[in-house]
Ligand binder design. Structure first.
Ligand code: NAD
Length: 358
């Protein structure tokens, strides 16, 4: 595998492979940039079909973390880890402890936390072997814990900023929002949207998760294959990446796309199809930074939950700056965000001919 030639490589500082014979742990840690601080980003546990697939994913996600952390003004560089395992059978405390030793071997150049497939409890096992971990259980009022609800708050505030900018509505009452994926982030987003009077349409591959938001927030259930084309004002992708692609563009009816999912624009998409269709896109790594903001406060210590909530209030301002600049310069919002992020990283040049998304 020619890692240095992969289009996802983008001048990563370090990529490390870890193996533990006793537990069978197979993990990769990628450090895209440590210019602004230790490379921070979650640990994804996923049954990758091949090592090549895992490498491409960790590189793409780690670069995205550099952008996300830079745009959130955090003293963190960008990194990510992937554990190649099946979450239904391969998860044990020993596996995470072995992963913790792997993280520790980097001496603090990488800080881990939870991501898709890993939980607060798993990070507790990691913490037995290293102090370079956050997203742990915490006392009431202290910064930290599960990042999901914090991510949801940032998305909620960012969504409101996008609605104000594109639809010129400062209240959410009566605004129709489609939420794809009502898991850790989507559920809390629905809660906040419903509390402000938004009308919800929701879809999830887990029927019980859908039923919960139908029962609790009066949402309308929509088939999974219909949610992207729902007749709504706002689409909030909170499940998978690459949902904004050539197949979905002509079907979108929302005027705003603002959600938590990473990598919403499929590889090769530059976002111009959205701009041409009059759809305002809130760049994913800017709107979904609430969780890493919480992780940063927890990791550096001595902070309260109230300070985390205050930091998250800056997300809508950052987005509005991006929206305004994109309009002024006739560019896409994602191109403007990418340029701002790269300038902060001291890498103003565009990466080689491929889409820069988080
Ligand atoms: P999660 O796994 O808790 O929830 C995702 C939900 O999407 C699940 O309920 C799942 O059943 C559902 N889903 C999967 N495939 C689907 C499909 N095809 N259609 C509809 N629903 C589907 O994950 P999460 O923590 O809520 O994160 C959601 C997204 O936000 C992910 O892309 C994640 O990478 C991103 N994100 C999360 C955080 C965080 O703090 N948790 C931070 C930044 C970004």
């Amino acid at each position: 595998m020619e890692i240095f030639d992969l289009r996802e490589f983008d001048a990563h500082e370090q990529v490390v492979f870890g193996y533990d014979a006793a537990t069978g742990m197979r993990a990769i840690i990628a450090l895209h940039s440590t210019t602004l601080g230790p490379a921070a980003g979650g640990c994804r546990l996923w049954p990758y079909a091949s090592t090549a697939e895992a490498v491409a994913d960790v590189l793409r996600l780690s670069r995205g973390m550099s952008y996300k952390n830079a745009m959130a003004d955090l003293k963190f560089g960008g990194g990510k880890a992937v554990l190649i395992a099946d979450g239904r059978k391969g998860k044990t405390p020993e596996l995470f402890e072995a992963f913790g030793r792997f993280v520790d071997s980097l001496g603090g150049r990488y800080v881990t936390a939870e991501d898709v497939g890993t939980t607060t409890a798993d990070m507790g096992s990691v913490a037995r072997a290293t102090r370079y971990v956050a997203g742990l259980g915490r006392a009431p009022g202290e910064a930290g814990g599960d990042p999901g609800p914090k991510t949801a708050l940032g998305v909620f505030l960012g969504l409101k900023a996008a609605v104000k900018f594109r639809l010129e509505r400062s209240e959410l009452a009566g605004v129709r929002v489609a939420v794809q994926g009502v898991g850790g982030v989507g559920y809390h987003l629905c809660r906040m949207l419903a509390a402000e009077g938004a009308t919800l349409q929701v879809a999830d591959v887990r029927p019980a998760a859908v039923q919960r938001v139908v029962d609790e927030f009066g949402a309308t259930a929509v088939p999974v294959e219909e949610i992207l084309a729902a007749d709504v004002d706002v689409l909030a992708p909170c499940a998978l990446g690459a949902v904004l692609n050539a197949a979905s563009f002509p079907r979108l009816r929302a005027k705003v796309v603002a959600g938590a999912a990473n990598n919403q624009l499929a590889q090769g998409q530059d976002g111009s199809a959205l701009t041409t269709a009059g759809i305002l896109y809130a760049p994913d790594y800017v709107i979904n930074a609430g969780g890493i903001i919480s992780v940063a406060r927890e990791y550096y210590g001595g902070a309260t939950e109230a300070q985390v909530l205050e930091d998250i209030q800056h997300i809508p301002q950052r987005l509005t700056e991006i929206f305004e600049r994109a309009r002024r310069e006739g560019r896409t919002t994602n191109a403007v965000a990418d340029q701002m992020a790269r300038e902060r990283l001291g890498r103003p040049e565009r990466a080689r001919a491929h889409q820069l998304v988080a």
